[in-house]
Design a protein around this ligand. Structure first.
Ligand code: AMP
Ligand code: ZN
Length: 447
């Protein structure tokens, strides 16, 4: 299969290190508020990646982290700690905030039928390993201490600018305004922060004789090292991670462990809503619950995401979500048809897989589904690949309902329209409608 490779900047043949252990790491959410549909679009793309690899016969070993140790709201190691912010907002402890939003995140993750990662790693479970990594970086001479923490000296890592094609001179000029005077280079970043005197920071651990907490890029390097081991096969994240977070992960991991961090990097683009950035001030942050309230299932949203491509920026609108919902309802009725007729399939699994094997082109696969006759077995395959739960949400009728359809047909033929209508109403209560065709009655799902 082919995957876009950030390292070589093109679509390359994917070559796994070990087909029985494809190591994937996904940067997960910071759990201080509800994840919105923009966040979930990324996890939907990576779910397609995992499902595609699995259907190609590979065994996937995937880790997703949950950032429950508050990192700072700015990439420049400044600003407010996100979990502290959540705690103040809700009058809870940071630990309660983390638990609350982890539960909410996992509930939505499962509602979208996203493949369960092999391991879901909470950052706070890795503090000891974080400290070991910081010590390693200190011992290898990559760090220096300032009054507020231990910083990574990016000038010591020769390849620092390569991954994101950074222009370090420009970065230096742009950073002058808020440049921390103790930092040696504008791109240097904290691997460990000290709690300042008087600072209200509930999460803190002792290291170097002082209380502090890990810098926000550290946990990913640590968790990858502990749970997967370098090099991994594929690292995924959003495009916002390229210039700082992933660049810093690479600098930490490769300096500490003398191994490439990852062979492939996949970054997804952002979604906008009605042409605008997802933001609180615009009031356009939608969660899955918001969509449910408006009558859309998480599967409608998932189908909308899969109609696009992870590297394209996408514009979300309710008009388009509605079109996705209609497509899904149409597919449900095609599943219903496949229960009632022995459809001879014109659908070829290898062809279907070849679309997603080409850098996860699910949009083309969906057009192929629209244009071909699918048997029940084909739909089962589509469920494995796209995870839309079509068979689960479009079950075959119970014997009782099938009997009602027969009884209605008999009543209709006998001219007993009152009974036939009563039975039609009963079926409608179960969200089933019956079409009378030349070949007898055909049932469908009501929207
Ligand atoms: P956060 O929890 O805020 O760090 O967000 C987690 C990740 O979700 C971000 O790093 C992005 O990769 C992704 N993300 C945030 N907003 C959007 C968006 N509007 N569209 C797509 N992905 C997004
Ligand atoms: Zn990360």
């Amino acid at each position: 299969m082919k995957l876009y490779n950030q390292i070589t900047k093109n679509v390359a043949e994917f070559v796994p290190q070990d087909p029985n252990n494809i190591k994937i790491y996904t940067c997960g959410p910071t759990v201080y508020s509800y994840a919105h549909i923009g966040n979930f679009s990324s996890y939907i793309y990576w779910d397609l990646l995992v499902r595609t690899l699995s259907l190609n016969g590979y065994q996937v070993n995937r880790v997703l982290n949950l950032t429950d140790v508050g990192h700072l709201s700015s990439d420049a190691d400044e600003g407010e700690d996100k979990l502290e912010k959540g705690a103040k907002r809700e009058g809870k402890t940071v630990w309660e905030i983390a638990d609350k939003y982890i539960t909410a995140f996992l509930k939505d993750f499962r509602a979208l039928n996203l493949t369960e990662p092999t391991k879901i790693a909470r950052a706070t479970d890795y503090i000891e390993a974080d400290i070991a990594l910081v010590k390693k970086l200190i011992d290898k001479g990559y760090t220096y201490e300032t009054s507020d923490g231990i910083y990574y000296d990016t000038s010591k890592f020769e390849k620092y600018a390569d991954f994101a094609r950074l222009n370090l001179e420009k970065l230096k000029a742009g950073a002058r305004v808020e440049f921390n005077s103790e930092k040696r280079n504008a791109s240097d970043f904290a691997v460990w922060k000290y709690v300042k005197p008087g600072e209200d920071h509930a999460m803190q651990w002792e290291f170097n004789g002082k209380m502090g907490y890990p810098g926000w890029h550290l946990e990913c390097s640590t968790i990858i090292h502990e749970e997967l081991g370098e090099p991994i096969d594929i690292h995924t994240g959003g495009i916002d991670h390229i210039p700082i977070h992933h660049t810093n992960e690479i600098a930490q991991s490769e300096a500490a462990f003398d191994e490439k961090l990852s062979h492939y990097w996949l970054h997804c683009n952002f979604i906008t809503i009605d042409g605008q950035k997802v933001s609180k001030s615009l009031g356009n942050i939608y969660t899955l619950d918001d969509l449910r309230e408006k009558g859309y299932s998480p599967y409608d949203f998932k189908l909308w995401v899969l109609q696009g491509h992870y590297r394209s920026d996408r514009n979300f609108s309710f008009e388009d979500l509605n079109a996705a919902k209609n497509r899904r309802l149409n597919w449900r009725n095609r599943v219903a048809e496949s229960y009632q007729k022995d459809l001879s399939s014109s659908f070829i699994k290898e062809t279907a897989l070849s679309f997603v094997n080409n850098d996860l082109n699910s949009a083309e696969l969906m057009a192929y589904i629209d244009d071909n006759t699918l048997s029940l077995d084909d739909w089962r395959f589509i469920d494995q690949l796209l995870g839309l739960d079509l068979l689960k949400t479009s079950p075959d009728l119970t014997d009782e309902l099938k009997e009602q359809i027969k009884a209605r047909e008999n009543a209709r033929r006998a001219g007993d329209y009152a009974t036939a209508d009563a039975l039609r109403e009963k079926l409608a209560e179960n969200k089933i409608t019956v079409l009378d065709t030349e070949n007898g009655p055909i049932w469908q799902y009501l929207a």
